[in-house]
Every structure is written in structure tokens, then in C-alpha cells.
Design a protein around this ligand. Structure first.
Ligand code: NAP
Length: 318
């Protein structure tokens, strides 16, 4: 299996992330067959990188030892794996499916159980790091599932990522991921607020950002988003509508854990006692900011565009 040339990999979903991740599999020497909902994107990817374009997800499975999915949400993962002409229709017994989209722990467990009934293996392996890290193969990958499946997938992960972590059983990769993104977007919102209050106080924003970045107020999101926010450049590295999806997945999973119910709770362990304080109290105001931005038509912009909502509320612009 670890012989890359003989390791036939299927890749479904060639968007911002998937196109770059699949390219790194090719660069590492894997045989790759691809399928994308919009066929022209698959054809153009194959012209550039040299893989095969399959006619359907089922045809990808027929040509593969492992199939990776990188689409948007749980409904899409379910449809490409288990829908008509989906991966399950072309899979041999024991085919390993690895979903790298962000779909939340409950969906990962549900889809994993359905695949297991059809004789297939499943791991959730979401990623963090936007398109630049997908491009240069330095993503962080957090995988949930059986250790044996993790070892089967490891050569693929190592071609796409730099930090590869086996987080635990199925669903734990997703839980780690949605917590991570929630922390990231809360940090982004607070960085935007810092810039706005600094502007209103008449501060030199270069001085403010330099001190924050060098000190205890720094964060990866401040490093990545402060300059785009200051220039209102929302070139999409990570769509705002996807960040809204992720923070909602985190809220749902946190609520399930808090109430000790559902598959998400089982994915992350035993429930909490009734009457405990709610989990992740900072999540909801930031979810509302993202929802406002989405309603204003900014869903396809980078999530740094949440600044627009805060600027409107503050009655000032950076
Ligand atoms: P994207 O650019 O919007 O790509 C989405 C992919 O899903 C495209 O290949 C798209 O096909 C496909 N797709 C959409 N609807 C579909 C459907 N109904 N059936 C089948 N395929 C469908 O998104 P992305 O930024 O690559 O993100 C992919 C996943 O990674 C998401 O779960 C996201 O939350 C997560 N993620 C993103 C980032 C980031 O920085 N961008 C970082 C970490 C994780 P078409 O080409 O036909 O539209």
C-alpha cells in the first residue's frame, strides 16, 4: 500500500482546497482519478496535473484503493458516497473512504455507519490551513477513525499535510476541527474590533498591529487577516459561508455534548450534568456577525469580510 505509484487514489471535489490537495498527491507520485460536479474543472485539473477524469463517483471507486472526498457539507458527502452512482456503487469490499471536508462529528459518524453496512471503511480527516497551505502541502490534518485505517491513509496525508494527527475514534477529527475554526473566527472578530477601536481612538494602526503581533494579543488570525481587513481586500482564501457552516456545526456539537444527547455527544464522550453553564459562550455573537455578513451577500468572500458588519455597527471604516 505504501508504494505510491501502485496506490490508486480517487479524489472527489476539486474546489479551492481539493484541487490543490489532489495536485500534491500527483506530485508525490500517486495515481489519481478525479471527479468533480462541474466536469470542466476536473478536465482542466487533469490537463494540468496528469490524472484521470472519472465519469462518476462510482467510477472513481472502481479505479481506487482509497477515495478522498473534499466537498462542502454532510449532505454532499453523503450524496457522493452513498447516492446514485456514488462511491458505494463502485466500491470493492474494504475500500477506504476518507472525508476531508468539514461536516461535524454527528454527520461523520452517521455516514461512517452507513458505509460500514456496505462493507466499506471510513475516516473523518478534516484539515486546517487555507489555500496557501493546501497549495504547498503543509496543511494540518486531524483524523478520526481506526488506527489501522489511519496507517493506510498516512502516506496520502503526508503528501498533503505537514502536521498529521490521529485525534481518536470516528468523529473526533471533526470535533477538533470545528472547535479550531470557532477559535479562529472568534480571534478574527476580536482582531477586527481591536482595529476599529484603535481607529476610533486615533491610534497609529501600524503601531497597534506591531505590538499585538509581538505580544500577548497576537494570534494566527491577526497575522493572516489584519492587513486584508485594513485594505478591505476579501480575496477568498476561506469562504465566509463555510465559516458560518463550521461555527454552526460547533454550536450544534457543543449543545449535544452539553445536553448529553445524540451522535455528536457520543463522538466526543459522555454528556455534562443538567444545569451546567452553556459551552462556548463567545460563539453565538460571532455566529450572528457571520450570519449578518452572509445576509449582506458576502458569503463567497473571505471571512475577513465580517469586518463590514462590525464597521457598520460602529459607524466607522478602517
Ligand atoms: P469550494 O471551493 O467551494 O469547493 C467545493 C467543492 O465541492 C467543489 O469541488 C464543488 O464542485 C463541490 N460541490 C459543491 N456542491 C456539491 C454537490 N452538491 N455535489 C457534489 N459536489 C459539490 O470549497 P473549499 O474551500 O475547497 O472547501 C471544501 C471543504 O473544506 C469545506 O468543507 C470547507 O469548510 C473545508 N475547508 C476549507 C478551507 C479553506 O480555507 N478554503 C480550509 C479548511 C477546510 P463544483 O466545482 O462543481 O462547484
Amino acid at each position: 500500500m505504501a508504494d505510491r505509484a501502485g496506490y490508486r487514489t480517487g479524489f472527489i471535489g476539486l474546489g479551492i482546497m481539493g484541487s490543490r490537495m489532489a495536485a500534491n498527491l500527483r506530485r508525490a507520485g500517486f495515481d489519481v482519478s478525479v471527479w468533480n460536479r462541474t466536469t470542466e474543472k476536473a478536465e482542466s485539473w487533469a490537463r494540468e496535473h496528469g490524472g484521470e477524469v472519472a465519469a462518476s463517483p462510482a467510477a472513481v471507486a472502481e479505479a481506487s484503493d482509497a477515495v478522498i472526498t473534499m466537498v462542502v457539507d454532510g449532505g454532499q458527502v453523503e450524496s457522493v458516497l452513498l447516492g446514485d452512482d456514488g462511491v458505494a456503487d463502485g466500491a470493492r469490499d474494504g475500500l477506504l473512504c476518507v472525508d476531508m471536508s468539514t461536516i461535524g462529528p454527528g454527520e461523520a459518524q452517521r455516514i461512517g455507519a452507513a458505509l460500514a453496512e456496505r462493507g466499506m471503511r471510513f475516516m473523518d480527516a478534516p484539515v486546517t490551513g487555507s489555500s496557501p497551505k493546501a497549495e504547498d502541502g503543509t496543511l494540518t490534518i486531524m483524523a478520526g477513525g481506526e488506527r489501522e485505517d489511519f496507517e493506510r491513509a498516512r502516506p496520502l496525508f503526508e503528501a498533503m499535510g505537514e502536521l498529521v494527527v490521529h485525534a481518536g475514534p470516528l468523529g473526533h477529527g471533526q470535533m477538533v476541527k470545528v472547535i479550531n475554526n470557532t477559535v479562529a473566527v472568534i480571534n478574527t472578530a476580536v482582531a477586527a474590533e481591536a482595529l476599529l477601536v484603535g481607529k476610533q481612538a486615533g491610534l497609529d494602526l501600524d503601531a497597534l498591529v506591531t505590538v499585538l503581533r509581538g505580544g500577548s494579543g497576537g494570534s494566527a488570525m491577526l497575522d493572516l487577516k489584519a492587513e486584508p481587513m485594513r485594505s478591505h481586500d476579501y480575496t477568498t482564501l476561506f469562504k465566509l459561508e463555510h465559516m458560518l457552516k463550521d461555527i454552526r456545526l460547533c454550536r450544534e456539537a457543543a449543545q449535544a455534548v452539553s445536553e448529553g444527547r445524540g451522535e455528536a455527544a457520543q463522538a466526543v464522550g459522555k454528556g455534562r450534568e443538567a444545569g451546567d453553564a452553556p459551552l462556548m459562550e463567545f460563539l453565538e455573537p460571532v455566529e450572528r456577525i457571520l450570519a449578518d455578513a452572509d445576509e449582506r451577500g458576502l458569503g463567497e468572500a473571505d471571512f475577513a469580510a465580517l469586518l463590514e458588519v462590525l464597521e457598520q455597527r460602529a459607524g466607522t471604516r478602517l
